[in-house]
Write a protein that binds this ligand. Sequence first.
Ligand SMILES: Cc1cc2nc3c(=O)[nH]c(=O)nc-3n(C[C@H](O)[C@H](O)[C@H](O)COP(=O)(O)OP(=O)(O)OC[C@H]3O[C@@H](n4cnc5c(N)ncnc54)[C@H](O)[C@@H]3O)c2cc1C
Ligand code: FES
Length: 259
Amino acid sequence: MTAWARIAENLRLGQDVFRLRLEAPEIAAQARPGQFVMLKVRHGGDPLLARPFSIHGAENGELFILYRVVGRGTKILSMARPGKNLALWGPLGRGFDLGVANPVLVAGGMGMAPLPFTAEELVREGKRPAFLLGMLTTGGYVALVDALDKRLKNVGVAISWASEDGGLGRKGLVTALLAEALQNGAAHILACGPLPMLKAVAALAAEHGAPCQVSLEAPMACGIGVCLGCALPAAGEGYLRACQEGPVLDSARLDWARL
Ligand SMILES: Cc1cc2nc3c(=O)[nH]c(=O)nc-3n(C[C@H](O)[C@H](O)[C@H](O)COP(=O)(O)OP(=O)(O)OC[C@H]3O[C@@H](n4cnc5c(N)ncnc54)[C@H](O)[C@@H]3O)c2cc1C
Ligand code: FES
């Protein structure tokens, strides 16, 4: 579904992280955790391509996107003011399968974007997910940490933090927290983060015989299965399109050595 959405808020939550709130009632009504939208960061042909962003939340006709400024498109987006209209299409792709027992959500860096929505929906379905979040550093991200903590506390979920500089929670990688959670009864992993983290998560899942869903990023030009720019190597042979068969995939369906 394509829509014009009015920006209700574009709030800075950290040195390079913003949360965009868009009035997009039709897309918000259909959004499921783990799905994404293709968003034109401004009207016209420059930049030509829309950018993919995970759905960070959807409620009361509004759609939330949490994004980091990494290049030209996200820089332009960070300067967009409330009241402006942006074009987007979605919700796209396959999200997380929430029909799981004892889920543990594992986020690394901006991989945190789709997981609060996922946790909220799991709670709505009567589950009590564990939520593990790893960051390089939390310095410069006080408002982001606060916003995530509050949002998850509202649904009775406490975040276990890991940071590589030791600024918040356990010093080190989030996978150390995951190894403990698996030993303590977590049964099904739902993960989103950078590729090295997802590789480590998939290896831990295989070691423990735990089912594991991973949300993967890939370069996306169309978001609707046509350009094949987002092909990911499948286990066995062939490819999976991140925008159609993914972005959330069972980790066993991927050829991690070729990723
Ligand atoms: C399904 C999906 C969901 C995403 N969800 C989010 C989200 O919720 N929040 C968020 O901040 N970002 C998300 N991304 C990444 C986001 O799309 C890119 O950061 C954005 O397109 C960069 O646009 P740009 O014009 O600012 O950067 P560009 O100028 O296009 O690129 C700047 C730098 O970022 C790198 N880059 C661009 N796109 C990607 C990508 N997809 N993966 C890895 N590196 C990339 C480029 O190689 C380059 O080094 C998602 C990507 C996908 C595929
Ligand atoms: S982004 Fe074009 S096929 Fe996936």
